[in-house]
Write a protein that binds this ligand. Structure first.
Ligand code: HEC
Ligand code: HEC
Ligand code: HEC
Length: 432
């Protein structure tokens, strides 16, 4: 008897263990919020296509869906993740290999609910977690634009994800934990301009895809909003857009924010690395009123403490010998552009004194730019950006560590020193 009961208990536990996930997965498959949202009638088809083109730039679809030197939107670009590489699909209107057979409903479901035409769950490397904020009319405009492009035959390449991440069905659990489909809801207490900015930042602009940081399962960190974090694999730190010790914009004027977003340079800092690409490919194309709306929203975000606050007195004592070595190297290699007083010559050469990009707790960004150099983005507002030469080839790990430690601790800057080991580790990170 006892044995029978125990056996039955074990069996029912087993059944539950199998059935719960099955029910769960089925629920995610069947649950299709937004599936009844109708398309609005289109009065001016040409205008709708132009709106779609504008949104494709605001959403930077090109960044992932076009391989280097490849045909526009035909996919095939490798997107590295900690779980392996994904290859972006072809979203040109080719019937055999692209989205030629898709309907506007299919497309809406992909953007709004993260499912492909056949219902498969899509990986959140595709930022539908943010695009879900777009209303149906914006999704339809994007669809009309992609349908208007030349069809390119280019079959999709299979993703190269490690087990178990290659099992799409497991995304059911991920979705239940981290994904809530839903359009942007305007806050009636705020101005129309603020709401437009909030929509652009949270929706098409998908700023939180990088600036929220990601947890171990690749989900934008809960509650963090724009709280900053390391971008895995890319090996850059996306600063918090709310902490004043990082890239919080509360103290900037709206005009300064617009300048940084549209031209990539400003009196305080210039953008580099992945952010330079975001400005070049996406933000510089924003209309003046949309850039101003984004600035208005970003400026209004309540400041957070920024737990990774840099700029605090470093815990490790600074070694005088390292600082002296850094000062000497700075004089030899850097003063010509960034000047003795560290104020640079904006907009060509950004200041290093008081530049938060340098004093954050994570030193990875200044390390990478000193090793690899970089260019501010080429934009209509700043068509011939000045460049920063790479020092990786000519300076030793100890030298780079000394000069980065020096710029983090001179002209009133204060941040923890960096070690030669940290420089060595970053040499291994690919530039792209
Ligand atoms: C950060 C990279 C990234 C950006 C930006 C991005 N996508 Fe994607 N997209 C992907 C990846 C990766 C996939 C494949 C996901 C998968 O296989 O599960 C994908 C899948 C899709 C799909 C589904 C295609 C299919 O065959 O199932 C559509 C549609 C799509 N993206 C449209 C867009 C549009 C429109 C934009 C811009 C508004 C955009 N994407 C921006 C990475 C991106
Ligand atoms: C592909 C990842 C990525 C996306 C998407 C992205 N950023 Fe960034 N952003 C970064 C990284 C990395 C940095 C650090 C490099 C730098 O300071 O330029 C950065 C820096 C910044 C800075 C600080 C610039 C400075 O030096 O003071 C601002 C402001 C900013 N981003 C705003 C935005 C906004 C607004 C959006 C959305 C429209 C956005 N970012 C989208 C990766 C990203
Ligand atoms: C030939 C001029 C030149 C020299 C020499 C130079 N830089 Fe730069 N530096 C630049 C430019 C231009 C940028 C902006 C690059 C960008 O936005 O991608 C920059 C950016 C930076 C940044 C990122 C700050 C920001 O807001 O963009 C750091 C840190 C930096 N330089 C440190 C150094 C150090 C340390 C040296 C000497 C070892 C040095 N630079 C030498 C031109 C120079």
């Amino acid at each position: 008897m006892r044995y029978g009961l125990a056996k039955r208990l074990v069996l029912s536990a087993l059944a539950a263990a199998l059935l719960v996930p099955a029910a769960f997965i089925a629920m995610q498959f069947l649950h299709d919020p937004g599936s009844t949202t109708p398309s609005a009638p289109v009065i001016d088809a040409g205008r709708q296509i132009r709106q779609g083109q504008y949104l494709a730039q605001a959403g930077n679809c090109m960044a992932c869906h076009t391989s280097r030197g490849g045909p526009a939107y035909a996919g095939g670009r490798a997107i590295a993740t900690p779980f392996g590489a994904l290859y972006s699909p072809n979203i040109t209107p080719d019937g055999a290999s692209g989205i030629g057979k898709w309907t506007a409903d299919d497309f809406w479901r992909a953007l709004h609910n993260g499912k492909s035409r056949d219902g498969r769950f899509l990986y959140p490397a595709f930022p539908y977690t943010e695009y879900t904020k777009m209303p149906r009319a914006d999704a339809d405009a994007l669809f009309a634009y992609f349908k208007s492009l030349p069809a390119v035959y280019r079959p999709n390449r299979e993703h190269a994800l490690r087990f178990p991440y290659d099992q799409r069905v497991l995304l059911a659990g991920w979705r239940a934990l981290y994904f809530t489909p839903g359009e942007f809801v305007a806050d009636p207490r705020r101005s129309a301009q603020w709401n437009r900015g909030a929509y652009l930042v949270q929706g098409p602009g998908h700023c939180s895809a990088c600036h929220a940081g990601r947890n171990a399962l690749g989900a934008s960190q809960e509650g963090a909003g724009l709280g900053g974090g390391l971008i895995p694999i890319l090996g850059w730190y996306a600063p918090s857009l709310t902490a004043d010790t990082e890239a919080g914009l509360g103290a900037w004027s709206e005009a300064q924010i617009v300048e940084l977003l549209k031209t990539g340079v400003s009196a305080q800092a210039s953008v580099f690395g992945p952010m330079a690409e975001v400005v070049a490919q996406s933000l510089q194309h924003l209309s003046d009123s949309d850039a101003a709306a984004m600035a208005n929203y970003l400026k209004s975000l309540p400041p957070t403490a920024g737990e990774r606050a840099g700029g605090q007195a470093s815990r490790e004592p600074l070694e005088q010998a390292v600082l002296e070595r850094g000062a000497k190297l700075y004089g030899e290699h850097c003063t010509s552009c960034h000047k003795d007083d560290g104020r640079g010559a904006a907009p060509a050469y950004p200041p290093l004194a008081g530049n938060r990009a340098i004093t954050m707790a994570s030193a990875i960004n200044p390390i990478r730019i000193v090793l690899n150099g970089g260019f501010a983005p080429g934009t209509t507002g700043n068509p011939r950006p000045y460049g920063m030469p790479p020092y990786g080839p000519s300076l030793s790990d100890a030298d780079v560590a000394a000069v980065v430690t020096y710029i983090r601790n001179h002209w009133g800057n204060q941040a923890a020193p960096v070690s030669a080991q940290e420089i060595g580790r970053n040499r291994a990170v690919p530039v792209e």
